[in-house]
Structure formats: C-alpha cells, structure tokens
Design a protein. Structure first.
Length: 254
C-alpha cells in the first residue's frame, strides 16, 4: 500500500499574525524531521497570505490550506471566502464540513457536497470531515451517521474526483476534549469509510484515498493511531499550535 501520510494542522480561530509567522517558520525549519509525511497548515483565512509568505521564504514544501470556503466563485456573499481566493493565496487544500461548521454554522451534507464539488472545480483538495456525536455513538448510530455523511457529502462525485479527496474522521466527542478514540474505534470507522468509498467509486480508487483521524491527537497517542491499517494521517487542532507537538505527531506517521 502506498498512501503518503498526510498530517494537517487546523489552527481554527487562534493566534495572531506574528504568532502565525513564528509557528510557520518553526515548522518549516524542522520539516525534515517528518520528511516522508505531507504536511498542511490551515490558518484562519485572513492569515493565509502571511503563512504562505513565510513558507515561501523558507522554500518549504509544507502546503497551505483553508478551513472553510463558500461554494460560489464570486458574488454578493458578505463575509465569505471564495475558492479562487484560497487558490490565489497559494492554498492547495481546504477543510470542509468540520463538525464546528456543521453544528455551529448549520452546514448540512448538501452544503458540504456543493462545497466539495466547488473545491475540486477550483483545483483544491478538499479534506471532508465526518464524525458522530457522543449521543449518536452511545445510541449505536455511528455507522449510520458516518454512512449518511460520507454518501451525502460525496454524492455525484466521479471516481476520478473521489480519488483526489482526503476524508477526516473526527468523532465530535473527541474534538478538543482530550478524549481520543481508541485506535480500534478509529480503525473500525476508517474501514467503514473505505468500504463506502469503494461503493461510490471502486475498491482500487478507495485504496488510494487518504483517511485522517482527528480528535485530541497528541504526540503520545499518534503512534498507536498511525499503526492502524486505514489511518493515513491526522487532522490536528490544539496540538497543531505548537511546533513540537505538531512535528511529534507528524513523526509518528513517518
Ligand atoms: P483537537 O485536536 O483540538 O481535538 O481538534 C481536532 C479538530 O477539530 C481538528 O480539525
């Protein structure tokens, strides 16, 4: 199996410009510690240019990503960010359908689907997030919820498009809580997602798609997650704000 691991930092609504520059430089300087792993930094959109400039100054191959975007390329959408704007700033990735977008900002699978198609059309690689709440897990509805989210978010994608995307499984109960899914719990859902992708495209395409786990990933739990056959990387929140922690996690996937 030859999937290149991918570890992305979702900075969420944190840091300021000086700190964003500092963190980027620190990660770029030590990038060689996890040379085999693809790294992506997803700063707040307003700081994407700052981070992109710092990466370019360091001649770094660390990629830049957005945390969200609108599905239209331009227009009267006050306060929104268009896909070509992210591309213009050098973004190659965009996180879509993060649970915070789904629960706090009302994003449905249909919206995530429109955004996923728009990202692909703009040449961005979407990192599509799915995951169940604690109530859903305790009600034995994890499989049903994740199935609905994957099928809804990726509806109508061609096999060629499915092959390009990244999926992040982020159980909502593990995000920012310090409660990480056990490697077995995560692997089980990752295997389910790969089966769903095979149904949407083909087993050969599904075998190429990278699946990240997200939710309280730290340097000390990353290796056990990385050892699972269907976990190809991590989408990291809190720990991505410290170069040591982010690189420590990346190294576990090397
Ligand atoms: P934490 O790593 O802070 O739990 O956040 C995970 C997350 O939401 C990444 O997108």
């Amino acid at each position: 199996m030859s999937r290149t691991a991918i570890v992305a930092g979702n900075w969420k609504m944190n840091l300021d410009r000086a700190k964003a520059r500092e963190l980027t430089a620190a990660i770029a300087a030590r990038r060689g510690e996890a040379a085999a792993v693809e790294l992506v930094l997803c700063p707040p959109a307003l700081y994407a240019e700052t981070v992109g400039t710092a990466l370019a100054a360091a001649k770094s191959d660390v990629a830049l990503g957005g945390q969200n975007m609108h599905d239209k390329a331009s227009g009267a959408f006050t306060g929104e960010v268009a896909p070509p704007m992210l591309v213009d700033l050098g973004c190659r990735y965009v996180i879509l359908g993060h649970s915070e977008r789904r629960t706090l900002f009302g994003e449905t699978d249909a919206i995530v689907n429109a955004k996923t198609k728009a990202a692909l059309a703009a040449g961005l690689t979407p990192i599509v997030c799915v995951g169940e709440t604690l109530e859903e897990r305790e009600g034995n509805r994890t499989e049903a919820v994740v199935t609905t989210q994957v099928n809804g978010s990726l509806a109508g994608l061609s096999p060629a498009d499915v092959e390009k995307i990244v999926i992040a499984y982020e159980p909502v109960w593990a995000i920012g809580t310090g409660k990480v899914a056990t490697p077995q719990q995560a692997q089980e859902v990752h295997a389910l997602i790969r089966r769903l992708l095979a149904e949407l495209s083909s087993p050969a395409v599904a075998a190429k798609v990278r699946l990240q786990y997200g939710g309280s990933v730290k340097p000390d739990n990353a290796a056990d997650l990385a050892a699972q056959p269907d976990i190809d990387g991590a989408l990291v929140g809190g720990a991505s704000l410290k170069a040591d922690d982010f690189l420590g996690i990346a190294k576990a996937f090397a």
